[in-house]
Design a protein around this ligand. Structure first.
Ligand SMILES: C[S@@+](CC[C@H](N)C(=O)[O-])C[C@H]1O[C@@H](n2cnc3c(N)ncnc32)[C@H](O)[C@@H]1O
Length: 302
């Protein structure tokens, strides 16, 4: 079978068994139609999958795409009225035009590169600045939502500027929560354990960003997959629910931040206990189970 970009069996598993159940649960509690903001890629497999399952109507799908050719392919596929905006998400989230398109119910930041890739020293990695701005745009509309994030997670994808943030996060988590595993792995054998380190530290950073915008932010799923079993590309997928916790207008900002701070710590601690699904391992074990009866039958025959 030919290998297709962004459509490995592992990625399909993520759509069907990881993203879909979370979105269905969110949809069951939501009033009205859901709006979807996504990085769709040139073929929009996620858009086809979710619209096919009647999760979103195509009019409620908006795509941010930095690649002109991919954006043109999407227009060709879905027609001129399809909402695809060309540009870097980092810039788009700041633009007045895009801010007017908020809020969204499900936001899928399905990145192709690393979470901690910085071109030069900067106070916050751009992907986290983007998430911060996305959360702020949602907060202005007081909207609860689901955030899906995926990023490349092999050790070589993040550069030295970025790895400093990972070190600091791992150290912070070890000292505040006594959760030393990420720091231990980072200092002993970072190359082998990098994806596992990221699934521990990144949720703590995202939960903090949500909490600072008055969101009760929970990490609700962690998965790791290697497309087509290739060890060169590991992809980490994380899911978060953001519930807007409308602060009382009579509350001082100090009271709000004290209350949210306690919630952030609780949600961070919970996230550290959330298991990681190894998609490749799971698919391999399913394949073994399917093959099992055939082996038994041949033994009986023999
Ligand atoms: C992994 S693919 C999307 C696959 C799709 N979500 C699916 O499930 O089939 C990511 C797409 O987003 C685009 N992209 C990645 N980072 C981006 C960014 N920072 N801003 C805008 N587009 C981005 C890439 O060009 C690529 O076409």
């Amino acid at each position: 079978m030919p290998r297709e970009l962004f459509n490995s069996p592992q990625k399909q598993w993520v759509r069907e068994h990881f993203w879909l159940p979370a979105i269905l649960e969110f949809k069951a509690r939501a009033a009205g139609q859901l709006k979807y903001l996504t990085f769709a890629g040139p073929k929009a497999f996620d858009v086809d999958f979710f619209t096919g399952k009647q999760i979103f109507n195509i009019e409620n799908v908006r795509v941010w795409e930095m690649d002109h050719t991919a954006a043109a392919a999407l227009k060709l596929k879905y027609g001129a009225n399809f909402q695809v905006v060309v540009g870097q998400a980092f810039d788009l989230v700041k633009s007045a035009g895009e801010r007017a398109s908020f809020p969204h119910s499900v936001i899928n930041l399905d990145f192709t590169n690393g979470a901690f890739h910085l071109k030069r020293p900067w106070y916050i990695p751009p992907k986290f600045e983007l998430i911060d701005r996305v959360v702020s745009a949602q907060m202005e509309c007081a909207e609860s939502f689901l955030l899906l994030i995926a990023f490349a997670a092999t050790h070589d994808v993040d550069n030295e500027y970025g790895k400093g943030f990972v070190q600091k996060l791992a150290f912070d988590i070890a000292t505040r929560f006594g959760h030393t595993e990420p720091l231990f792995n980072l200092t002993r054998d970072a190359a082998s354990w990098y994806p596992q380190i990221l699934v521990s530290v990144v949720p703590c950073a995202v939960i903090r960003l949500g909490g600072e915008h008055s969101y009760d932010s929970r990490c609700i799923g962690k998965a790791l997959y290697y497309p087509y079993g290739s060890k060169k590309t590991g992809m980490v997928c994380l899911m978060f629910s953001f519930t807007y916790d409308n602060p009382a207008l009579s509350e001082t900002s100090h009271q709000t931040s004290k209350r949210m701070d306690a919630l952030i710590v609780k949600r961070q601690e919970e996230s550290l206990g959330l298991p990681l699904t190894d998609v490749n391992k799971l698919l391999r074990s399913t394949a073994t189970i399917v093959r099992e009866p055939r082996r038994k039958r041949s033994r009986i025959r023999g």
